[in-house]
Design a protein around this ligand. Sequence first.
Ligand SMILES: [Zn+2]
Length: 254
Amino acid sequence: MKCAEVRKFVRLYLDSELDARNSFEVEQHLESCAECAGLFEAEKKFDARLSRFLRSGRPTSALWGKVETTIAPSRSRGVKALWPVALAASLIIVAGVVFFAKSRKLDLADAVEECHSAYVHQLTTPEFTGAVPDKIAQQFGGQLDAAAFAYRPSEPAFVSSGARLCHVEGVPVALILGRNGPTPVSLIVLKKSELDHFPNMKQRLESGDPIVCGHSGPYQFAARLVDDHVVCVVGDTPRPVLEDLLKTLRRADG
Ligand SMILES: [Zn+2]
């Protein structure tokens, strides 16, 4: 397997969604290629930071609270009586985790919120400014969607600090980090053809809405189609501001 191919599999591999044969080939390559191994390691660390951050949210602790109150009253009945409760409690945990995982809609607004949240909490930083450096482009063997990195709002209040590659539900996206005044705002750009991963958003954008708005967590979200790309803006800022950013999009290369 060549570097470009291995790097295409980074998300699938880390999410344990890659089949056995390809996983084996990826592992073999990582043993002999320090550069790819470093890249995988960085991506893994990013995952760990992100999941630590997500786990620190409320759903898990509320669930534990419930489990503890279920167990506590029955303790006086002795050890023998406890195991069915413990079993029930562990089932509640499993059901809760499965429910929590399944209830996450596969929707673009929810998916990109994680990217923006990571930026706001300084878990992710820009890797380059301006055009994609040749060194990064070469790693993808000409398959990198360099055009996605060229979009910027021409609204003067928006200042970009740079960009990086990111993955949203396994889809490679351009993540452009910036601020609108003092507020952190992320621009997330993906190929229109990747919309198949986000059926709700695809339907709304293709039904003719010029700008689709929504919110996810504490952030407002807006998206529009531009040529063959979908451009999203996310931030803790009023929707009309995000809409203005989308309306003033320019491409630096054209
Ligand atoms: Zn390699």
